[in-house]
Design a protein around this ligand. Sequence first.
Ligand code: AMP
Ligand code: MG
Length: 424
Amino acid sequence: MRESPYPLVSVDDAQATVLRWACPLPVQEVPLRSAQGLVLARDVVAPLSLPPFPAAAMDGFALLAADGHAPRRLIGEQMAGRVAGLTVTPGAAVRITTGAPVPPGADAVVKVEAADEVDGTVVVHPDHPVRPGLNVRPVGSDVAQGQPVLAAGQVLGPAELGVLASLGLSTVPVHRQPVVGIFSTGDELAEPGQPLGPGQIYDSNRTTLVAAVAQAGGQPLDLGIIRDDPAELERRLAAGLVEADLLVTSGGVSMGELDLLKPLLERWGTVHFGRVLMKPGKPMTFATLRARRPDGQPASEGPWRLFFALPGNPVSALVTFQLFVRPAIRRMMGHRAVGLPQIVATLGHPFRLDPERPEFHRVTLHREGSRCVAVSTGSQASSRLLSAAGANGLLVLEKGRGELPAGVERPVLLLDDTWLSAAA
Ligand code: AMP
Ligand code: MG
C-alpha cells in the first residue's frame, strides 16, 4: 500500500497555519455603491456636523419661546432646502417644514397641529407648552464635526454606508477583495449542459466553489477544468497564479497515479500541510508559492499566492473550503471574525463516531423551545453532495468509539448565519 509522506495535522493547527499566511490586502478607495459587505480599512472622523444648521424637527411655526402664548405675526415661509433670509423678531413667526433651517432669532418650533393660523396671525394652543429648543435639532446633535463615527474593521452594511453618504463622502477606504481563481482537475469531468461521455461525471465543484467564494466575500474567477496532464497542469496553474491572489483547485490530491498536484506544488513553492485529520477532507493541501513569469518560470519576488488544493469529492471540497479557504478570504478582506460562527446544539438522535478522525457532520438545525436541535442530513458519503444541500450546520463530532446518544450537546459551525440571531 502506498503511504502519504505528509503528516496528518489537526484542523486547529491547519487553520492556524493558513491564517499565518493570509494577510489583509492593500487598501483602496471604492465608491460607496460598491462597498457593501467590505471592511473599512481606516477610522472615519466626521468632516462636518449633522445637522449642519439648526433644523426644524416638525412642520410648524418657528418662533420665540419667550413670546409665550401671545398671538404672532406670520412673516413668511422657510422650506427645506431654500434660503429664505428671514429673521424672527419678538412677536413674529415663520411657517417652517421639517428639516428646514430654523431662521435666525427663532428658538423653538411649534408643530402645525398645536397652533392655528388665521389671516396671518399665529396662535399657539393654550395647553401647548412652548419652551426654548422645542423641536429644534441643534447643529451637531446627530454627529459632531471631528467625532469618530466608524472604526477600521467595521463591516460596511446599509447603515454604515448611509452614514458615510450623510457626511458627504462618496468613496470609502476598504481592503481589496481577493480574486480567487477556481480550477477543477480531472479527465472524467464534463461541463453541465454538455452530453455525458462514457465514464464521465459532471463537474459540480466549480459551481459550488464559485458560489462559496462569492458568499465568503471574494471575487471568484472561474478558470475551468484542467485535464490530468502534467504539462497542461503546469501551464494553466502558472497562468492562474498571475491572475489570482488565491487559487483553489479540487481533485488530484488523493493517492492515485494521476494525482499530480502535490509534486508540482513542492517544486514551485512550500507545501505547509498535505493531510488533515478530519472527515471528510483528509487530503486537504495548503501551499504558498510565488506568481510565475509569462514563460512559466518562478518569479523571484512579488506577492505570495495562497494555494488550496481541495479534495475532489464534492462534499470534501465544500467542507474544506468552509473550514480553510473562507477564513483566508475573510482575513484578506480585513475581517476580524474569520471563522464560521459556532453555537451549541443538542443531538436530535444518536450519532455514530468515527474511530480515527473528528467528523464535520452535515446537519439541519431547528428549534425546540430554547434548544437548538441538530438532525443529520442522512448518508455522509463524501461523494453525496445532497448531504450538504439544505444543511445549515456542520456538527463537530470528536473521534471515538460507538455512538453519542440523543440529547447530548455538541458544537455546530453555522453555514447560514441568519441562525445566529435565531439561536441566541
Ligand atoms: P481525485 O482526488 O481527483 O481522485 O477526485 C476524487 C473524487 O472526486 C473522484 O471520484 C472524482 O471524480 C471526484 N471529483 C473530482 N473533481 C470533481 C468535480 N469537479 N466535480 C465532481 N466530482 C469531482
Ligand atoms: Mg482526479
